[in-house]
Design a protein around this ligand. Structure first.
Ligand code: GTP
Ligand code: MG
Length: 208
């Protein structure tokens, strides 16, 4: 399957479930702590500089952002969590939005959980991974900001991520750098493989 990443459109920023587009297109959803690099990873995959907005201040993405790629698939930038300076009310709003979104994952083709390769995953990261596990859909963990650690930390840090998130063996952890492009081909190949598996390799152009 070919995916023309040049053909990427911003579709919608959804504040509630009823604003989320629901059509036949498969969905690739990106989750992770605020500032971990969700928008940067999407930009890297699409070879764009500033398509998904990279926040100058963390905690900026509070909506679910839908991008449609080549009229075949949605890349979904889920709102970040774990930002300390967020009000209780805002946190509750986030929780409701995520809960509503995960209530129907029938179109979820692949979940992409981002973590920071430098750190032990947080309790929030573990909770987020539980949402993906409960969805029953395949997901991968992307360990971003790989450019920020020493070579001697590569392996132990990935092992710590796998252990802390209690990942099933079949869930890959991909070392990634949105900054340098590390891991891009590996992640893109996985995404394509999963889209193909859900669509039978058929090009979907219909958007009802
Ligand atoms: P929210 O939208 O607030 O949830 O954040 P986000 O997860 O979308 O993070 P974003 O892509 O805005 O990146 C946050 C910051 O981290 C920016 O300053 C990026 O330039 C930086 N960043 C993202 N990925 C990498 C990476 O792989 N390496 C390095 N060194 N910096 C990165
Ligand atoms: Mg963002």
């Amino acid at each position: 399957m070919k995916l023309n990443t040049q053909n990427a459109e911003f579709i919608r920023s959804a504040a509630k479930l009823s604003d989320c587009p629901r059509d036949i297109l498969p969905q690739i959803a990106f989750a992770g702590r605020s500032n971990v690099g969700k928008s940067s990873v999407i930009n890297r995959l699409l070879n764009r500089k500033n398509f998904a907005r990279v926040g100058s201040a963390p905690g900026k993405t509070t909506h679910i952002n839908y991008f449609r790629i080549d009229k075949k698939v949605y890349f979904i930038d889920l709102p970040g969590y774990g930002y300390a300076k967020v009000s209780k009310q805002e946190r509750a709003r986030w929780g409701k939005l995520i809960e509503d979104w995960f209530a129907d994952t029938s179109l979820l083709t692949l979940g992409i959980q981002l973590v920071d390769i430098r750190h032990k995953p947080t309790a929030d990261d573990c909770n987020m991974v539980e949402w993906f596990k409960a969805s029953g859909k395949p997901f991968v963990v992307v360990a971003n900001k790989h450019d920020k650690i020493k070579k001697s930390e590569w392996e132990p840090n990935v092992a710590r991520i796998r252990e802390t998130l209690d990942l099933p063996e079949e869930v890959p952890v991909i070392s990634f750098s949105a900054e340098k492009g590390t891991g891009k081909d590996e992640l893109m190949a996985l995404i394509l493989e999963h889209i193909e598996a859900t669509t039978g390799g058929e090009a979907i152009s219909e958007n009802t």
